[in-house]
Design a protein. Structure first.
Length: 431
């Protein structure tokens, strides 16, 4: 269930979003009449299997070497319109989707998405990492841009179904320690120009290869954003995972990369508060002037940054497993505080955390001609960074049995898939 605190009535966008969330919760809880529209229902999934021999699985390096993202054999789609609600979801061969040139998503940025991974464990099992949090966040992002609501549990089930079907082939047990990236997305598809809430939409889910980006040689190097550009702002939509957050950031990011840096450290306001590193959450371990060791990161209360699943997991692990060593702090802090801590030798380490970068050590911040050099320890990583990263990897890959790791029952799905394939072949022969 999505929970919230009551915003001031003058805050039109916030009030509207809370109303949408209330409506979605009412549907999920069965306290509203949904007889006139169909809700998203994973149990009605229609499965059409691809030819398993039509495509070969490349090795990880080859898959990530080209200019196209390599996806697995199948994808999930479900269409929606305002009159009848959600259609029957389909699991079908991966391929193009059809849009009219006047589709809402192409003109008004009515698009949001999620990112999570499925892991082949060292115990041979497939696991998703906290997919319930991604599904809930997708609902919030969807409602933020006036796209249709759904029960997040149904999206979670559809994601699990996709990875159960494609896991055995694309993440074979001979490749323990590997992963695939899962991308659920919702887009407005109504083919009508005009700034309005779309009356048609499409949910789709794909699984693909993604490069490993958590161990940049020498650590990640960050360049602060130029004074005339910000990524997100209070009162905006930085807390939602919408495409409009990302495209406008590429200009500064590409310039930073041309100067030898990996990502932008996004600052906010005249105070230059530290917010995010690229599209990832940013953490520093430092000592206060009084000598207290802290793990500090930007807060969520102003809705400026994304409530990252990796971020939340880092904080929860640090609070429970490092409580006697490190104080966990979520507050606004400025780049001047970082520079001062560096001059006084109080910075211990830093890292970026997100689905794509996982947990990547940070070694440098460049700000307006000043360089902050952050210590790196063994294997180009700070000790606490490595410790938290190791705990999370153990959960993801099954070295630690934990409630955050959702095991996928792929064996039953493989048997069911073989049966469906035989039925499809028999039907084709009769035709």
């Amino acid at each position: 269930m999505v929970s919230h605190s009551e915003p001031p009535k003058e805050d039109l966008a916030a009030v509207a979003l809370e109303h949408k969330i209330d409506e979605a919760n009412a549907i999920i809880n069965g306290t509203t009449d949904t007889s006139k529209v169909h809700e998203l229902d994973a149990s009605k999934l229609v499965v059409t299997l691809a030819d398993p021999n039509a495509r070969q699985v490349p090795d990880e390096a080859a898959a990530n070497a080209g200019l196209e993202t390599i996806c697995t054999d199948h994808m999930v789609t479900a269409s929606w319109n305002h009159q009848s609600g959600w259609g029957v979801p389909e699991l079908k061969p991966y391929g193009p989707i059809s849009l009219m040139p006047t589709a809402s998503v192409l003109h008004y940025a009515t698009e949001c998405f999620e990112g999570l991974k499925v892991f082949r464990g060292f115990d041979g099992k497939l696991r998703l990492f906290r997919p319930n949090l991604n599904a809930k966040r997708l609902l919030m992002s969807t409602l933020r841009i006036s796209l249709p609501g759904f029960d997040p549990v149904e999206v979670e089930k559809l994601v699990a179904k996709l990875v159960a079907v494609d896991g055995a082939k694309w993440l074979p047990k001979t490749r323990p320690g590997s992963f695939l990236y899962i991308r659920p997305a919702v887009i407005g598809t109504q083919p009508q120009l005009g700034v309005q809430a779309p009356k048609e939409a499409l949910l789709f889910i794909t699984a693909s290869f993604m490069p490993r980006m958590d161990s940049p040689a020498g650590g990640m190097r960050l360049h602060t954003n130029p004074e005339d550009m910000v990524r997100a702002w209070v009162g905006g939509f930085g807390y939602a995972k919408v495409g409009a957050n990302y495209g406008p950031s590429l200009l500064a990011t590409n310039e930073a990369k041309a100067r030898g840096f990996h990502q932008i450290l996004w600052l906010y306001g005249q105070e230059a508060y530290c917010t995010e590193a690229g599209a990832s959450n940013f953490f520093i371990v430092w000592r206060t002037k009084e000598g207290k060791l802290q793990l500090i990161t930007a807060p969520l209360d102003d809705k400026l940054i994304l409530d990252g699943v990796t971020r939340r997991s880092v904080l929860e692990l640090a609070k429970t497993r490092l409580a006697e060593e490190v104080e966990v702090v979520e507050r606004r802090y400025t780049i001047d505080e970082v520079i001062e801590a560096d001059k006084e030798g109080r910075i211990v380490e830093a890292f970026a955390a997100g689905t794509a970068f996982f947990i990547a050590p940070v070694s440098q911040i460049h700000h307006r001609g000043t360089d902050v050099h952050i210590p790196l320890g063994e294997n180009d990583s700070g000790a606490y960074t490595a410790k938290i990263k190791s705990w999370m990897k153990d959960i993801m890959y099954g070295n630690e049995q934990h409630e955050w790791g959702l095991v996928i029952n792929e064996e039953d799905e493989a048997a069911a898939g073989q049966k469906r394939k035989r039925e499809q072949d028999d039907e084709a022969k009769r035709e």
